[in-house]
Ligand binder design. Structure first.
Ligand code: 2E4
Ligand code: SF4
Length: 316
């Protein structure tokens, strides 16, 4: 039987960003330096495939520092941790390596600087997400207020409207955040903040690539995990840009073939924590049912690289 033709548009950039590359490298280098087990507080990045592979090499994933023994190294995930976490590790004389993405650490420093200048901070982020918990946890309780929506901006109760700053999570929707920032500036004209927001280059580029592709395609598959904020935003961006079917898939086995019935074009992208092997797997699965022609849609080039901490570059 002949397979129906399918025009496959592959987003570029997609998949791993510099912060994820660095975080995974940190775990691998720590395993080499100290041997197994090395503990990791929270999924190093939000991807089961990455976590499983590191677990096979001897990494032990836990949610809290309390679940780690004193005498084994612990790594903090790319999303960042509240100040209390390294403080507790130090108090227990533990070896720890911080795999927080430098672009998340930059936001932590920004928040601290505003606090030292006597400002209360409003964070735009998702409640309960580890990055939000980590950034808010840089300062004492009450010093960082969380808003998730434009409606929250209308309700938030601040200490002094003339002494305010804002910071954001790095993986938010560019468009939603612009609306929330506009609402903040309208209600609090004196609020201080970054030029736009703190959304990182990788989040921005992946959303832009999806926007460029959406008009060309009948469906969009985003390779990524359900707990990955940046991946979920890519699904939303595709839907809003007019793609009638946009779906997050962790890997090929999650493709809903019935939903793809009758399509002639498809877009594929991957969140910043999704390995390229899983993109390849999805494309291979499509090839079993369709006569696929691949076109890459490149809207930006990336050459960002982050060094691993010095402790890992030195012998044990
Ligand atoms: C740290 C900061 O934050 P998100 O849920 O998108 O994390 P994920 O692990 O999926 O992606 C990597 C990452 C890590 C993004 N920003
Ligand atoms: Fe860092 Fe951005 Fe990657 Fe998050 S998505 S790890 S902030 S580079």
């Amino acid at each position: 039987m002949t397979k129906p033709p399918l025009a496959l548009y592959l987003a570029a950039p997609r998949g791993f960003c510099a912060g994820v590359d660095r975080a995974i490298k940190i775990v691998e280098m720590a395993l080499r330096k100290w041997g197994a087990p090395v503990y990791v507080r929270h999924e190093i990045v939000h991807n089961k495939f990455v976590v499983d592979r590191l677990r096979e090499q001897g990494a032990v994933f836990v949610e809290e520092l309390e679940d780690c023994p004193d005498d084994r190294p612990v790594i903090f995930s790319a999303h960042g941790v509240p100040k209390a976490v390294p403080a507790q590790a130090q108090a227990r004389n533990m070896i720890y390596v911080d795999a927080t993405c430098p672009l998340v650490s930059k936001v932590h420093i920004e928040a601290e600087r505003h606090h030292e200048a006597g400002l209360q901070i409003i964070m735009i982020g998702h409640s309960g997400h580890p990055e939000t918990v980590g950034t808010m946890g840089q300062l004492p309780p009450g010093e960082v207020l969380l808003v998730e929506t434009v409606e929250d901006v209308a309700k938030v109760e601040v200490r002094d409207p003339s002494k305010l700053a804002f910071v954001t999570q790095t993986t938010l929707s560019i468009d939603d955040t612009a609306g929330i920032v506009a609402a903040l500036r309208a209600r609090f004209p004196q609020i201080i903040g970054p030029h736009k927001e703190d959304i990182c280059y990788a989040t921005t580029n992946r959303q832009e690539a999806v926007k460029a592709m959406a008009p060309k395609i009948d469906a969009m598959l985003v390779v990524g995990a359900p707990n990955s904020s940046n991946s979920r935003r890519l699904v939303e961006v595709a839907s809003r840009a007019g793609c009638s079917y946009a779906q997050l898939v962790q890997r090929a086995t999650e493709i809903d073939w019935r939903a793809l019935d009758g399509i002639t074009s498809i877009g594929i992208t991957a969140g910043a924590s999704a390995p390229e092997e899983l993109v390849d797997e999805v494309i291979a699965a499509l090839r079993t049912r369709y006569d696929v022609t691949v076109t890459e849609v490149e809207t930006a080039t990336e050459n960002v690289e982050f060094k691993v901490p010095r402790a890992l570059r030195e012998p044990a």
